[in-house]
Design a protein around this ligand. Structure first.
Ligand code: SAM
Length: 328
């Protein structure tokens, strides 16, 4: 197994665990430029290490952070000094200083403060309120930036900066609808949009309409593309895989890992890679649907609901969302 380079920024949708799998599927695929309309932390590209890449996201703070690494406004040395000093203030204030940094960041958007918040907020979550303000509470560990973590983050900044420097990377803060217009037929696109119905925040929400626009844009581009999505969880199967993405081939983790007893996996969400070209172990959309319908797939539960149209699925997800609203 290759060494995985973990980016310094954390986010709930980070695909660190899928890097090896995605990487093994693109080995040997020829392309001129790697494109990510939803780069998030960038962990996938930073490990695949294409020579040229267009990395985009609607969240300006992610893009600003990587641009700052690229133009050396942020270096590993600077991060070490900054986190050591700010970490001491956090410790001295018994954690209260976190909220000073959060207020400061919400006024001026400093990328170093973004790193501080990403690494000391509750559960490494990234969430913004209706006004675009970062609103995740403190992780409640005043000694969060102890020397060992500062060194770890410093090293992460160092390695990711080296990777960015060794390639021709362009970081752009834009909506995916703009990015898909810029795709060339010789590009390889890795698309990891938000999952419908999961969570909604200022920079990160997703609708059925957007899913369709993405599908149309990718198809029209004539480029090879890979889409990360979920296939199933305990309650349901992602019917978009079989409607919106019906022309894609499917590769699932089922091919790579033994899926143990159902009991152990009751909270698992099974991931799938959808591609418009053959990858190792991929099967056709129809084959996967038949496997699920015949209960031959280990990745689904018999309790799954069947949605005839994406709109029905969307309505049901909305319903589920309204039930959980107010919890966070
Ligand atoms: C699932 S995450 C991507 C995670 C990424 N692959 C990683 O491993 O870190 C989805 C990303 O899409 C971005 N996003 C949400 N809506 C978007 C839109 N309309 N256009 C572009 N990016 C969007 C979010 O800011 C988030 O960073």
């Amino acid at each position: 197994m290759k060494r995985i380079f973990v980016p310094p920024i954390k986010s709930q949708g980070i695909k660190t665990k899928l890097v090896d799998w995605i990487s093994s599927n693109v080995d040997g695929v020829k392309y001129e430029r790697w494109v990510e309309p939803f780069m998030g932390t960038g962990v996938v590209a930073f490990n695949i290490r294409p020579k040229r890449a267009l990395m985009c996201d609607s969240n300006p703070h992610l893009i600003n952070f990587y641009k700052a690494l690229q133009n050396k406004e942020i270096t590993s040395g600077l991060v070490n000094k900054y986190l050591t000093e700010e970490g001491l203030k956090l410790l001295d204030s018994e954690g209260e200083y976190y909220y000073d940094v959060r207020d400061r960041f919400n006024k001026n958007g400093n990328p170093l403060d973004f790193l501080f918040l990403s690494r000391s907020c509750f559960n490494g979550m990234m969430r913004f309120n209706k006004k675009g303000g970062f609103n995740v509470p403190f992780c409640r560990k005043p000694n969060r930036f102890a020397q060992a973590l500062v060194t770890k983050i410093t090293n992460q900044v160092y390695y990711i900066s080296q990777i960015i420097e060794s390639g021709n990377y362009t970081f752009v803060n834009q909506d995916f609808k703009e990015t898909v217009k810029e795709i060339n037929p010789t590009d390889l696109v890795y698309s990891d949009p938000p999952y419908l119905g999961r969570h909604v925040d200022y920079f990160d929400s997703w609708t059925e309409e957007e899913e369709l626009i993405l599908n149309n844009g990718l198809e029209a581009s004539k480029a090879k593309y890979i889409l990360s999505t979920w296939l199933s969880n305990k309650y349901r199967t992602n019917e978009y895989v079989f409607s919106v993405w019906k022309n894609c081939k499917i590769s699932t983790m089922e091919h790579f890992y033994h899926v143990g007893a159902k009991e152990d996996n009751r909270n698992a969400v099974y991931e799938a890679l959808l591609t418009n070209f053959d990858v190792k172990d991929s099967i056709s959309n129809t084959n996967m649907k038949n496997r699920i319908d015949r209960n031959e797939s280990q990745l689904t539960s018999k309790q799954r609901k069947i949605y005839v149209t994406p709109i029905q699925l969307s309505m049901s997800l909305e319903e589920a969302k309204s039930l959980t609203r107010g919890i966070s």
